[in-house]
Design a protein around this ligand. Structure first.
Ligand code: ZN
Length: 438
């Protein structure tokens, strides 16, 4: 097995402690063999040395709520046109491309939170992308697939136009059908199931407090996931829906948006991690949405819920909710710019180091991958980044693509933008591609 020693000016190990000056990570094959200060760690004589005293090493980042098969603004112009003009097969190829856009910006693990196309669920399409990358056929991030397991007319069904003829196999109603759809998704190879307990920002004209499923249906989805050692994530906007998700045994709560003190207390006491997806709520996101055919009522609603979302985040942070990073990236702002989410967390009260933890250690814990991922510790996979700047001082240094100097996954360097190197996973000139619905 090839050994590599990565020597850096600063080392952030993802455990939240002080930044280590003049650090080193020793990698043996796919995993970390030693880590710490250069004065304390012995570098094996047969190791290849990477010496970058001007750079910071940190664990690969994770975006654990996004939709890679969604019509991204980088590859589509109008999502409503794209819904009808793009086949699921083309969407699948874009899913790979979108995953790579995140990967080359430092995101080594993604949890895809599912999608539906005009022809039905995209579960198998996303799973094939996940597997092609895992098999090493394509370069890209590790993908966790969370498959839509939802009822007719639920928030996630309404991502498609109301008047559209639907594939009846894409949704389920009643406990038995819900169990069957859950089992089918798990049979196809889903790692997680994704369901919804309330309406959302883009689909309901009035209050998002719409009961999407009965308690029995939600319980059935979570129960099927757990029966097969998989997990269940539940979209919730309102305290009523949060209560239903807790009762069902949700493994993660997505969005939150509105809160009550009572629900925050319950989430803390149950230890359920929450993914806030704030980038999706910014003025920038609203403007991007405006350009891609989003109805005015949705834009108005996004603006209206924005302050509640930010208040809820601050309240969760104060109460000690386990927060992990997700962007809801799909339609907006731009696939690959995911690290902008962390800047919002800092603006709302986290320290830069706390924000880093949401996308490293705490993220890995939220999806039960912390034995292998999330920190630079001995025995874990060598998923690491070399960054120009110190994100523990300035979280925004993680945003520009030119600052992400190297991306390593399981000990292999996939992106290398250091002096004299020009290695990337995307082999077309950036933004030279045509729009699929152009
Ligand atoms: Zn989402």
């Amino acid at each position: 097995m090839a050994k590599t020693a990565v020597k850096v000016g600063k080392l952030i190990d993802g455990n939240g402690g002080p930044v280590i000056d003049r650090g080193v990570v020793v990698i043996d094959g796919k995993r970390i063999a030693a880590v710490g200060s250069q004065s304390e760690v012995t570098i094996p004589p047969d190791a290849t040395i990477i010496d970058e005293p001007g750079l910071t090493a940190m664990p690969g980042m994770m975006d654990l709520h996004l939709h890679i098969a969604q019509f991204n603004t980088l590859t589509f112009r109008n999502y409503r046109v794209a819904q009808f003009e793009v086949s699921p097969e083309l969407q699948q190829l874009y899913a790979l491309f979108h995953a790579q856009l995140c990967f080359e910006r430092g995101f080594t693990t993604l949890r895809d939170e599912g999608l539906m196309s005009t022809r039905g669920l995209l579960t198998e399409h996303t799973i094939a992308v996940r597997d092609a990358i895992a098999l090493g056929v394509f370069a890209g991030p590790r993908i966790i697939v969370s498959a839509f397991t939802v009822g007719t007319g639920s928030h996630l069904d309404l991502i498609l136009p109301r008047a559209m003829l639907r594939n009846p196999a894409a949704t389920a109603d009643g406990v038995d059908e819900m169990r069957k759809l859950a089992r089918q998704n798990l049979l196809r190879g889903a790692d997680w199931l994704k369901t919804c307990a309330s309406g959302g920002g883009g689909t309901d004209k009035e209050s998002p407090q719409v009961r999407n499923h009965t308690q029995d249906e939600l319980n059935a989805v979570c129960d099927e996931a757990h029966a097969q050692h998989a997990y269940c994530s539940i979209h919730c906007f309102t305290p009523q829906s949060q209560a239903m998700a807790i009762e069902a045994g949700a493994d993660t709560i997505e969005h939150m948006v509105f809160h009550s003190d009572e629900m925050i207390e319950a989430i803390v006491s149950h230890g359920i991690p929450v993914c806030p997806t704030l980038l999706h709520r910014t003025d920038h996101a609203i403007e991007v949405r405006r350009t891609i055919g989003t109805p005015q009522f949705t834009l108005d609603k996004m603006k209206k819920i924005q302050p509640f979302t930010f208040e809820t985040f601050a309240a969760m942070q104060k109460a000690g909710v386990k927060i992990f990073m997700g962007t809801d990236m799909g339609q907006e702002p731009d696939m690959g710019s995911n690290a902008m989410e962390l800047e919002i967390y800092v603006k709302l009260g986290m320290t830069p180091m706390e924000a880093i933890l949401t996308t490293t250690r705490n993220a890995a814990e939220a999806v039960h991958l912390d034995e292998d991922l999330g920190t630079l510790d001995v025995g874990k996979y060598a998923d690491l980044l070399l960054v120009d700047g110190n994100p523990a001082e300035d979280i925004t240094v993680l945003q520009p693509r030119e600052n992400i100097k190297a991306v390593m996954k399981e000990g292999k360097i996939y992106v290398d933008r250091r002096k004299g190197s020009e290695k990337d996973v995307i082999d077309v000139e950036y933004a030279s591609w045509a729009l699929a619905d152009g």
